[in-house]
Write a protein that binds this ligand. Structure first.
Ligand SMILES: O=C(O)Cc1cc(O)ccc1O
Ligand SMILES: [Fe+2]
Length: 437
């Protein structure tokens, strides 16, 4: 697929797939070019301050009100929303899962989503959900939008073809994509079955974190975010629009494709980002910094420095710190940490946490390197070491993450996760050196 993208984060873009399709100098001409309908998609209240005001103007073959009528409920039993109170008494402990198996039957993206955790309350636009997806079949005449939140998609296997209202993106493992709240999408695949993770963000949109004293460069740079150019289909045949709204699912039949936006302008857009363009900043003399230095995107909660959810990565990097225990320290955290592994190994858990797997270290629950990792890092010669061919990530939220019954009862849940810490011996023997035998 030779797809084209426009660079920049939060830019005001304009794009047309037919010459002259985009009105110039105004949004609502009496008649839009090509007989298109003008429609505004508001991603923020009209009155939001400039810095967070987001909307796009879409010029489309039919207005989307022609795409959304007579909804009937649809079943998507594994996609849960917060508060997920029906699932009863579920484990709070440190949890870890093996990779979700690929489905055996034909499964599309929407039906291949399994919720692992939910946090906050979808009805008040607070919190998030962590999902896995595994699917093997392209959506043909099905289209989907999620009114409950934006979706941060983190592929682990297989390249996604995300055909959104504003254009088309190919998103491979090592890249991420954002599908804005309310934006129509059709998900296809290009190179076999797909698996990955989704952060469904019910709250304020993801944005770039401030860099503070780091300055004007490094971490995720705005130019590396890519928004698709306009693309449309003029398809007249029976189709379905599937909707997630208020934690429930609905479906409606229509007689044409809703991906009929010929031109658009604005700043409420889907985008993708290649994680290898993240320029990490880290410890160049001693100690292990807080993982917030690796924040790619942050979704604020309204309380300063307290994210509704952060998306943090652990990319390839050099470890050079002197006289330092280099892996993550032992930790208890008011924030809740859901982690996944896209490829390679994670330095706190060389075994057991595998690509496609997941872990959950919930609010105030202790965690840290396993016994093997502790031993190794405590005795290693501290030369410069490159952690290479690796990419782990974390969805870190201020709200406790409640596991779903699917996650708690899954065959992939590791019963023996806690054992990874049992080998942590008492080293204290009253001498300043401690006992390292
Ligand atoms: O592995 C984790 O739990 C994530 C994590 C990484 C790190 O470098 C420091 C703290 C932390 O919680
Ligand atoms: Fe942690």
């Amino acid at each position: 697929m030779g797809l084209a993208y426009m660079p920049g984060f939060g830019n005001d873009f304009e794009t047309e797939s037919l010459p002259g399709a985009l009105p110039q100098g105004q949004n609502s001409p009496q008649r839009a070019p090509y007989g298109l309908y003008a429609e505004q998609l508001s991603g923020s209240p009209f009155t939001a301050p400039r810095g967070t005001n987001e909307r796009s103007w879409l010029y489309r073959i039919r207005p989307s009100v022609r795409h959304t009528s007579r909804f009937k409920s649809m079943s998507a039993p594994y996609w849960k929303s917060a508060p997920n109170v029906d699932d009863g008494d579920l484990p709070i402990g440190q949890l870890r899962w093996d990779p979700t198996p690929m489905p055996n039957e034909a499964t599309t993206f929407v039906h291949g989503i399994r919720t692992m955790t939910t946090a906050g309350d979808v009805h008040t636009q607070v919190g998030m959900a962590s999902h896995v997806y595994a699917f093997n079949t392209a959506m043909e005449d099905d289209y989907f939008f999620n009114a409950d939140g934006e979706m941060l998609v983190v592929p682990q296997e297989g390249t996604l073809d995300l055909f959104t209202e504003l254009g088309r993106m190919a998103v491979a493992p090592g890249e991420i994509a954002i599908i804005p709240r309310g934006m129509m999408v059709q998900v296809g695949l290009t190179d076999g079955p797909c698996r990955g993770y989704i952060c469904e963000n019910y709250g304020a949109k993801f944005t770039l974190p401030d860099r503070g004293p780091i300055g004007a460069n490094c971490l995720a740079n705005p130019r590396d975010f890519k928004t698709p150019v306009a693309a449309y289909e003029d398809k007249e045949k029976p189709c379905r629009v599937q909707v997630k709204w208020g934690g429930r699912f609905y479906e409606t039949e229509i007689d044409h494709s809703p991906l009929d936006v010929v031109a658009w302008h604005g700043n409420y857009t889907p985008y993708k980002y290649d994680l290898s363009t993240f320029s990490p900043v880290g410890a160049i003399l001693f100690d292990h910094p807080d993982p917030s230095i690796f924040t790619v995107l942050t979704a604020p909660s309204g309380e300063e420095g307290t994210a509704n959810v952060d998306f943090v990565i652990f990319p390839p990097r050099w470890m050079v710190a002197e006289n330092t225990f280099r892996p993550p320290w032992y930790h208890r955290n008011i924030m809740s940490e859901f982690m996944g592994l896209i490829k390679g190994q994670y330095d706190a858990k060389e075994k057991g946490f595998v690509p496609g797997g997941m872990s959950l270290h919930n609010m105030m629950l202790p965690h840290g390197p396993d016994a093997f990792g502790f031993e190794k890092a405590s005795t290693a010669k501290l030369e410069p070491v490159k952690l290479d061919e690796t990419m782990a990530f974390m969805f870190e939220t201020r709200y406790p993450q409640h596991v779903t019954s699917y996650a708690a009862e899954s065959q992939t849940l590791q019963d023996d996760y806690l054992d990874c810490w049992t080998g942590l011996k008492k080293r204290f023997d009253g001498t300043p050196e401690g006992n390292w035998d």
